[in-house]
Design a protein around this ligand. Sequence first.
Ligand code: LIP
Length: 260
Amino acid sequence: MNLALMNRMEALLRRAGERVRTAGKDLHIDSKEGIGNYVTDCDVAVQAFLYENLTALLPEAKFLGEESDMHADVHSGLCFVVDPIDGTTNFIRGHGMSAISVALAEDGKPIMGLVYQPFRDEMFTAVKGKGAYLNGRPIHVSERPMEKAIFQMGPYGHERGEKTDRAFNMMRVLFDHAEDLRGYGVASVELCNVACGRCDGYVEMILCPWDYAAGSLILTEAGGIATRIDGEPLTLDCNQSVLSASKATYSEAFALIGNL
Ligand code: LIP
């Protein structure tokens, strides 16, 4: 995929970001399945904007988006995988910590990834095999050892039960071996935080493909590792767990929580 396409996609994400940044407080909010799972009229409008403009850029590509049941099959050919507002709860509550996440996948694997944080004007990008960038500058994962690491993780709030218990167990074990924990509620950014060395790992019990498609490519292009918690490769065809970390901490993290 060429530079011109990346530049056009970046411009589209910045325009979408302007809508998110200027949305105001008068949002229409609906609940989705589970606890604390929301969609606003802004999520839907941004997805419609991205659908129209991304498919105009690359008419042969399909579109898999979080909202409005736009669930194309990613297995074959080109497909955009889009979260119009990742971190919707943060957005509703005015945290200033949400992102627009767009990946282009080919035959089920991400080949381009963009994560734009409109409230900080930070554009993370990666093209398969070409490295990862933040606002045009190359980024790399940290080399901190486990005892100095900060892992990002949440208790898996949408569905309380066995998975939540496992998440709390994992948090305890990681906390005991690392320097500290964080939880930002925005998966795409948490993956990028590892990619640029702000944090050292990120674990979630269940994420949707649009939460991690772009961020996982940005992380691996920055020298990190992203798999499911059981160590199997990530795929884009169903919801799954994510264990991602710098090279310096991944093996130890996997040994600690892979079987919990
Ligand atoms: C959210 C994620 C968040 C995760 C939630 C949810 P949304 O995405 O980014 O980190 O914990 O389960 O999936 O719904 O705000 O786009």
